[in-house]
Write a protein that binds this ligand. Structure first.
Ligand code: C5P
Length: 303
């Protein structure tokens, strides 16, 4: 997360994420799923701009080619930014005031964490702009109330997520790794993808093998990618394939391309490939862009 603040307000750029491996271990008694996942920040960012006013907080959503206005929620009340601002105001006993503009670049319903990233950015930005001085640990507690992935965006770097995915431990992962991100024109809903696994509360996933934990062990030893790329799997991908034929379509396209590895991110429908070079990532992204109406872009991992 990158801030620029002045007397006229604050701007924050907040990244997307990919899941480099996601294993579902079972379903918890509260209905959530127990997962192990490796979360990696990527440079594709949304930008949140705050201007102080004495009026009740207002939010304006601004679309871009990678996240068109038509894909944004019509009702700003449903937006996680508004929810985050109200939660912070309630917690600190102040009134939510000011004007927020959210420039969306991270595609929605893509498993790229856009909404979660925006919520985390709102907590961090308003904590500064409203001069609340809450420690990061308290922001993390508020973030957990907003969604599983929200806490990840409050601290820099890659992380191993356990529990629901919200219990985080830092993992070393290099910045600058070239990626291609693809978002089909159709998004997927996270609850629907998890539900399509068909696990009952308290039931364990029969095929859980600990691949994500082994992947993290390799990264902690700084092992080369050739030693761990076969451990990059996503247990949600078969469920997503049952809900949308786009996932197989994109996977087929990447099978024919010279990439290091490719995978669906989170609960989809976004998909990524790790490439050998920035040049190759740009070349592949321009080849895939617009094919069947999907969006593709080259980006990199970041810290
Ligand atoms: O935590 P968050 O609100 O982002 O989760 C959205 C939905 O995704 C949950 O309501 C739940 O249906 C599903 N989910 C899950 N297990 C997880 C994370 C999310 O079942 N570990």
């Amino acid at each position: 997360m990158f801030f620029e603040c002045s007397n006229n307000g604050c701007v924050v750029h907040t990244s997307a994420k990919i899941n480099l491996g996601l294993e579902v271990l079972g379903r918890l008694s509260d209905g959530y799923h127990q997962v192990e996942t490796l979360l990696i920040p990527v440079r594709l960012c949304d930008t949140l701009v705050y201007s102080p006013t004495a009026n009740p907080l207002q939010l304006k959503l601004i679309g871009t080619p990678s996240c068109p206005a038509s894909s944004l929620a019509c009702d700003p009340e449903q937006n996680l930014v508004t929810k985050a601002a109200e939660l912070l105001a309630d917690e600190t006993g102040r009134t939510a005031t000011g004007m927020l503009q959210l420039h969306k670049r991270i595609p929605t319903q893509a498993g790229l964490g856009g909404g979660s990233s925006d919520a985390a950015a709102t907590l961090a930005l308003l904590n500064r702009a409203w001069k609340l001085n809450l420690p990061t640990s308290r922001l993390v507690e508020l973030a957990k109330q907003l969604g599983t992935d929200v806490p990840f965006f409050l601290t820099p770097g890659a992380a191993f997520g356990t529990g629901r995915g919200e219990q985080l431990e830092p993992v070393p992962f290099p910045a600058g790794v070239p990626l291609v991100l693809v978002k089909p024109p159709v998004g997927l809903s996270t609850p629907e993808v998890f539900a399509a696994l068909g696990l009952a509360p308290g039931e364990s996933a029969s095929q859980a093998s600990g691949y994500c934990k082994r992947l993290v062990d390799h990264l902690r030893r700084h092992a080369p990618i050739t030693q761990w790329r076969n451990l990059v799997r996503n247990s949600l991908q078969p469920a997503a394939i049952r809900l949308s034929d786009w996932i197989d379509k994109i996977a087929d396209a990447f099978h024919r391309l010279p990439v290091v590895l490719h995978q669906m991110t989170g609960s989809g429908s976004g998909y990524y490939a790790v490439c050998r070079s920035w040049r190759e990532a740009r070349c592949i992204a321009s080849r895939l862009r617009g094919q069947h109406g999907q969006f593709a872009l080259a980006t990199r991992t970041c810290l």
